[in-house]
Design a protein around this ligand. Structure first.
Ligand SMILES: CC(C)(COP(=O)(O)OP(=O)(O)OC[C@H]1O[C@@H](n2cnc3c(N)ncnc32)[C@H](O)[C@@H]1OP(=O)(O)O)[C@@H](O)C(=O)NCCC(=O)NCCS
Length: 199
């Protein structure tokens, strides 16, 4: 695969970030049953725009197995959110469409319906954003929540992402809004415990 000179080699299996009661860690095939149960949630289907194949056992397994390659190719880092208290998989957060030349990426997340409303989505976004800015050297993160995705818009707006003047939805089209975060706009109170993941 063609690699830009600035593309770092990310070791997916070594990514381990922890803060505020959650861990962001690689998906493994052991996550399959719980992952499959969570991604059937109607609002995850609707708002996360996941390929339908990922909701089947075969598709989800193939996707999990592709993640180390996608990370080492510098294209995508898709991580499981684990609740440290229970050890349960409670969600997913990802950097996608990473451009090492522009030093930017999109972010995506979902949280299991029964785990929502406890700040997990917000904490996961902050943690992956902090890591992307401080360790990966990215300078801009973007998201395109659907206009009627009120939970996501509220989560992204919690001192994380901001609308940019004169810009409307891009990736998601006219029914989405475009929001961005930069290193200086991120309010981080404590450092994540982490293992260096760059080769
Ligand atoms: C969006 C999502 C990730 C939020 O996860 P979460 O862990 O519940 O988020 P948080 O607890 O950090 O808080 C989200 C904020 O949204 C608010 N919120 C939750 N549900 C809401 C709703 N239906 N309408 C409006 N606001 C809502 C919460 O009150 C909270 O704001 P507050 O703390 O100021 O009150 C989760 O709802 C989800 O997975 N949705 C389906 C998939 C999705 O939309 N992904 C994002 C695609 S862009």
């Amino acid at each position: 695969m063609w690699r830009c000179a600035e593309t770092p080699r990310l070791r997916y299996r070594r990514i381990a970030l922890e803060r505020d009661g959650i861990a962001l860690r690689p998906f493994s095939t052991g996550d399959l049953p719980r992952l499959l149960a969570i991604v059937q949630a109607p609002d995850i289907v609707r708002f996360s725009h996941l390929p339908s194949a990922w909701r089947t056992e075969e598709g989800a397994l193939a996707y999990i197995r592709s993640l180390p390659r996608l990370a080492s190719g510098g294209q995508k880092v898709d991580l499981a959110i684990e609740a440290l208290r229970t050890g349960l998989l409670v969600g997913r957060v990802a950097l996608r469409n990473i451009s090492w030349r522009r030093r930017g990426a999109g972010v995506a997340t979902w949280v299991a319906p029964e785990a929502r409303g406890h700040g997990i989505g917000t904490k996961a976004l902050r943690l992956i954003s902090d890591w992307a800015f401080s360790e990966l050297g990215l300078l801009r993160l973007e998201a395109d929540p659907d206009r009627d995705n009120f939970a996501s818009r509220r989560m992204l707006g919690r001192r994380l992402f901001r609308r940019e003047n004169g810009r409307s939805g891009r990736g998601g089209g006219p029914d989405s809004c475009h929001v961005c975060a930069y290193p200086r706009t991120l309010h981080v109170t404590s450092s994540p415990r982490r293992i260096l993941t760059l080769a």
